[in-house]
Design a protein around this ligand. Structure first.
Ligand SMILES: Cc1ncc(COP(=O)(O)O)c(C=O)c1O
Length: 451
């Protein structure tokens, strides 16, 4: 290394990276040149950009697997179906609120998965913007070229520091559900050069026992406390801001009717408050993880479209620049990522096959333990791309970590062999974003196909 110019010869990093002195030296130099804040942003950018440099010349997973098995043997990977994701977004845009296209914005909830390739693909497909829950998520969207006006900050119990940081980036939509968050937003608005552009939504809670992850206990002001909601909306208006109402019916919700109830409730509250500037109807659309969903997406679209047509009238949305927002996470990304993981060894214990595989409940499959879900049905693919067809037998999937709890029961074909891949569908949402680096394992890389 040329110390004076802080210049590294190509390859020097790689050969010497394992030496403690070298890594400390590199870190020191980067901190000196870039500063601590930029170093953290860099780390964030790298974490969110784990995409292989070239898309695979493959249209299907079956075509992709042999290519990956050859080039990245023994490695778990996420396969992003680029065309599938684009058409998913187009489909949602076509189906939701077709009569209100000018004011409807379908946002992507970045918490589901904020990989750069995903955000980029979404932008190319015309996503309406990004819902973020932290200043770092806002940065991640900005780093992908999203303009600040397409970023919406909807964590309703934010700290003043996070709020200030988000506002400094130019974001102008925020959500609150506590008196403190509201006071903080109004105070922060006073320092903005364009305070009149700040939109503050009050998050309300609607009970939904049918959601796999109900939200009402943690977030939102109960919708029957309309006095409190009315007061907060009034405070926003009196401060010169533009009030809105935000609701999330719960993630992986099963009953389309709940959207109608939420929309009716929002409309009644908004009308009572003399109208609002925007309405955010959240996320919540379900994904078919287990081969059974009580209602197809069309039932949800119909319910939402009819309820909006019926209830969101001219006295509900008022003033200029009105918007109806959605912020879907799971439904938008889950179906377009498959996770494949190589089976590294097999052993029989008490007559039961134990399969040791790459990844596990501290990594991609973290959400299963968080939500207490069983392992969804997974296919097994041979390295040549052929699907194993044997009769299903029960096995234990033993993950790559030191935690003895890192085991899941599953059904696999009886002809499964070491070197095959577990293939999990619908693996795009709340998988990596819930994952950790326990035991020093990194999260899987992304391979793009069907581009
Ligand atoms: C405020 C907010 N918006 C959107 C989402 C995305 O929800 P879903 O993934 O169910 O569509 C969540 C999920 O936690 C959320 O908290």
């Amino acid at each position: 290394m040329d110390k004076e110019h802080n210049h590294f010869e190509e390859g020097e990093f790689l050969t010497d990276l394992g030496q403690p002195k070298k890594i400390a030296e590199i870190r020191g130099i980067l901190r000196k040149i870039l500063g601590e804040g930029t170093c953290q942003k860099l780390a964030l950018a790298l974490m969110n950009d784990r995409c292989l440099p070239e898309a695979l010349p493959a249209k299907t997973i079956e075509e992709a697997v042999p290519q990956l098995a050859e080039r990245y043997p023994g490695t778990p990977l996420n396969l992003l179906n680029v065309r599938g994701l684009k058409s998913g977004i187009t489909g949602l845009k076509d189906n939701l609120l077709p009569g209100k296209k000018t004011i409807c914005r379908i946002l992507y909830a970045m918490k589901a998965n904020s990989q750069a390739a995903i955000l980029q693909t979404m932008r190319e497909a015309g996503i309406g913007g990004f819902d973020c829950a932290s200043s770092n998520e806002a940065d991640t969207a900005l780093m992908q070229g999203a303009p600040a006006e397409d970023i919406y900050y909807n964590f309703p119990k934010h700290s003043p520091q996070e709020l200030t940081s988000v506002l400094q980036k130019g974001v102008r939509y925020v959500t609150v559900d506590t008196a403190e968050a509201l006071a903080g937003a109004i105070k922060a608005a006073r320092d903005l050069p364009d305070a009149e552009n700040l939109r503050i939504a009050v998050r309300i809670a609607v009970k939904n026992p049918d959601a796999a992850m109900p939200m009402e206990e943690k977030f939102g002001i109960p919708s029957d406390e309309n006095g409190r909601i009315r007061e907060m909306l009034k405070t926003i208006r009196n401060s010169g801001g533009r009030p809105g109402i935000c609701v999330h019916v719960g993630s992986q919700t099963q009953d389309p009717e709940i959207y109608r109830k939420a929309i009716e409730t929002v409309a009644a509250l908004a009308r009572e408050a003399g109208g609002v500037n925007h309405i955010n109807l959240g996320g919540g659309l379900p994904v078919d993880y287990f081969g059974v969903i009580p209602h197809p997406p069309e039932d949800f679209f119909r319910e939402i479209n009819e309820a909006v047509e019926t209830h969101i009238s001219d006295d509900v949305l008022t003033g200029d620049n009105q918007k109806i927002l959605f912020e879907f996470g799971r439904f938008l990304i889950a179906p377009h990522v498959h996770w494949i993981s190589p089976i590294r060894s097999m052993e029989i214990k008490d007559g039961l096959p134990y399969l040791n595989y790459a990844g596990g409940i501290h990594n991609t499959l973290n959400g299963l333990k968080v939500h207490g879900w069983p392992m969804p049905p997974a296919d097994v693919i041979a390295p040549d791309g052929a699907k194993r067809q044997g009769k299903k037998i029960t096995c234990v999937l033993s993950g790559e970590s030191c935690n003895p709890a890192d085991m899941l029961q599953a059904e696999i074909p009886s002809d499964t062999a070491v070197g095959d891949y577990l293939k999990l569908a619908n693996a795009g949402a709340y998988t990596d974003s819930y994952g950790s680096h326990f035991n020093g394992f990194t999260l899987p890389l992304y391979a793009l196909y069907n581009t």
